[in-house]
Each structure stands twice: as C-alpha cells, then as structure tokens.
Design a protein around this ligand. Structure first.
Ligand SMILES: CC(C)(COP(=O)(O)OP(=O)(O)OC[C@H]1O[C@@H](n2cnc3c(N)ncnc32)[C@H](O)[C@@H]1OP(=O)(O)O)[C@@H](O)C(=O)NCCC(=O)NCCS
Length: 168
C-alpha cells in the first residue's frame, strides 16, 4: 500500500508538479508530492519548477533543488543547501573500457552517489560529477564543473573547479 502511495505521488510530481509555476500553489504542490515519494526528506524544502530528481534522492531541512536542475541517481543533500538554476548532478558514467564494441553497448559504470554537506551554496549551471563529496559550508561558483571532493568552507570555481579562497 505504501509503495502504491509513493508511486502515485511520484506520478503527480512528474506529470503535474514539475510543470506548475513558481508560486505558492506550485511550491506547495511540489512539496506535498516530494514528501510523498522520497524516503528521506526534511521540513521546509523548496523544489523549483522543472526540477528532475530520482526517487533515491535525500533532501535535508530547508534545502532546495534549483529551477531546471537535473539530479541523476542517488544524491544526498544536507540541511540549508541552496542550489541555483540549471545545475546537473551525475552519479554514473557510460562504461568505456573496451574499444572493440561501441560505448553505446557497454552499459554504465557503477553508481557513485554525490553527497552535498550542510549549508552549501551551489551557483547557477554547476555540474557535479559522480562520487563527489561537497564539504559543509562550501560555495561552488557559477558554471563550475566539480570533478573532485570540495573541502569544508572552500569557495571553488572553474572547470575543473579549483579552490578560489576559503570562507574561514
Ligand atoms: C563564487 C562566488 C560566490 C565568488 O564571489 P566573490 O567572493 O565575490 O569572488 P570575486 O568576484 O572576488 O572573485 C574572486 C576570484 O574568483 C574568480 N571567480 C569568481 N567566480 C568564479 C566562478 N564562478 N568561476 C571561476 N572563477 C570565479 C574571479 O575571477 C576572481 O579571480 P582573480 O582573483 O583571479 O581575479 C561568485 O563569483 C559566484 O560564482 N556566485 C554564484 C552566483 C550564482 O550562480 N547565482 C545564482 C543564484 S543561486
């Protein structure tokens, strides 16, 4: 029964909530659906319009998913996390070990979850690659491509993202 309820909430999000505007109705509807199908989700979350995320996503208290952002696979978001528009988080790659058959036929690598610590600010159009752990209090500058773990309270930017300075 619980599984069916979660399935219905997921479908309501996918086919209605995803498209609703950025107003009270839209945010409220998306919140109810999200809380209905995610297993680990905090209070006072903010899911923006057109946000795609998997059912394995975890979201802490007061955290959000950015407008038109796409989170593929298991992403664990801490508390008080801000995410700008059009971010992309990947947790798998296409397999490419063999050269005798097309990559298209090699499937995907094993999934490596991405973990975002508490109080992180992810700027607009950030891309985070599989397995990355973002430390508490970090800031990821707009347009960054994050390939490696980010230490706590670091401000990073660029492609690949490097430390620009520290908050403390
Ligand atoms: C990362 C950020 C917070 C840093 O702000 P700041 O502390 O005021 O940084 P500064 O402007 O003083 O820049 C410091 C250095 O970092 C560089 N830098 C800043 N932002 C960068 C970015 N996104 N990518 C690469 N380098 C960046 C600057 O060029 C500068 O380099 P220099 O010292 O060689 O001249 C800000 O630049 C940023 O990207 N904000 C995100 C905005 C956004 O996406 N908003 C959407 C709403 S959530």
């Amino acid at each position: 029964m619980e599984k069916i309820k979660r399935g219905i909430m997921y479908l309501l999000y996918k086919y209605i909530g995803f498209y609703l505007p950025r107003n009270r109705l839209g945010y409220g509807f998306r919140n109810v659906c999200t809380k209905g199908f995610l297993l680990n989700v905090g209070q006072d979350i903010r899911i923006e319009k057109n946000a795609y995320f998997a059912t394995s996503t975890e979201i802490g208290e007061h955290s959000g998913i950015g407008y038109k952002s796409q989170l593929f696979g298991k992403v664990v978001i801490g508390n008080n996390v801000m995410m700008g528009p059009e971010c992309v988080i990947h947790t798998t790659n296409h397999a490419f070990d063999r050269t005798d058959i097309p990559m298209l036929k090699q499937g995907c690598s094993e999934s490596s979850p991405v973990v975002i610590g508490d109080d992180v600010w992810i700027g607009q159009r950030v891309i985070i690659l599989p397995g990355v752990i973002v430390g508490k209090g970090a800031i990821i500058g707009a347009g960054s491509v994050v390939t490696k773990d980010i230490p706590e309270y670091a401000i990073v930017g660029g492609n690949p993202a490097k430390i620009l300075k520290m908050r403390k």
